[in-house]
Design a protein around this ligand. Sequence first.
Ligand code: FMN
Length: 326
Amino acid sequence: MFRIGGGDAESAHEWTLRRLAWLSRRPTVLAALRRRYAVSAPTTVFGLRFPNPVGLAAGMDKDGLALPAWPALGFGFVEVGTVTRHPQPGNERPRLFRLPASKALINRMGFNNQGAQALADRLAASGPLRVPLGISLGKSKVTPLEDAVADYLASYRVLRQYGDYFAVNVSSPNTPGLRALQDRDHLEALLTALVGEKPILVKIAPDLTDHAIADALQVCLDRGAAGVIATNTTLRRDGLSPADAARAEQAGGLSGRPLTERARQVVAFVHKETGGKLPIIGVGGIMDPDDAARMRDAGASLVQLYTGFVYRGPGLVRRVAQGWRG
Ligand SMILES: Cc1cc2nc3c(=O)[nH]c(=O)nc-3n(C[C@H](O)[C@H](O)[C@H](O)COP(=O)(O)O)c2cc1C
């Protein structure tokens, strides 16, 4: 698949999504995949029952184009989005880059998505999923930061009935100003508006200081957030192979192997700081079952995959789910 589209990573991604959307409409193919990949390792977290703890991370299927395919490939939950109130094209292409020697990706997609209403229409038509569905919400690029709460709230209202949980994405590095929403005052306003009916989780950046994370956690606890998703991609460029030096210059968020250790540190910090009171979804650089086990030991109740899935495929989902109980 890496050769598709003359090697352009996003073309390969689009091709894959089209194939998965196609097979999503074929029950016999889905059943065959399920026999091969589905693993039962049930767990209950923030009041939801997960058939296994391995989820698809946000950004892979932003518009929910291939929903039935993900559980068939073994995922125990799916996070769609990030979607925004207004449909938007995202940044100019190319905006997704492979760094294969480092088992990493750099992306600056910029929340390309069809908008909250289009996702709601698709979810209304497709009916319930076999696994819990998370919906990641972000701020529209055209909306000024001071109107962010209304923007998130508009998306939430349109989608509320379809999501089992909602992720407040305040940590993408690719929307100017977005990460300022991790600040105490902004986050407080956001959570005050959103917390209530459905579990609300906050997705944080790995580039925050311990002090800033502690502040955000206090707000999460005070305002009744259901959990934390740690982490999003990093702006740092540590741990890259010299073979990827040229690509390393690309602007955007880095994911995959170079993020493994930092994401785990953040999970451990969140766990310690909250005394285990806030459930954590661990994400970032889980490239093999050992990485997932270490996330679990650091305090994660669930994990998500993105870059590991790109490099290793659905076999990784199965192996992580099978290995989870140690
Ligand atoms: C191409 C790409 C697009 C992404 N889009 C989103 C997004 O829309 N919302 C979000 O919260 N995270 C997004 N992420 C971040 C992932 O969900 C995940 O937090 C991050 O990649 C670290 O996990 P990984 O090392 O397993 O990839 C994206 C990541 C990639 C590589």
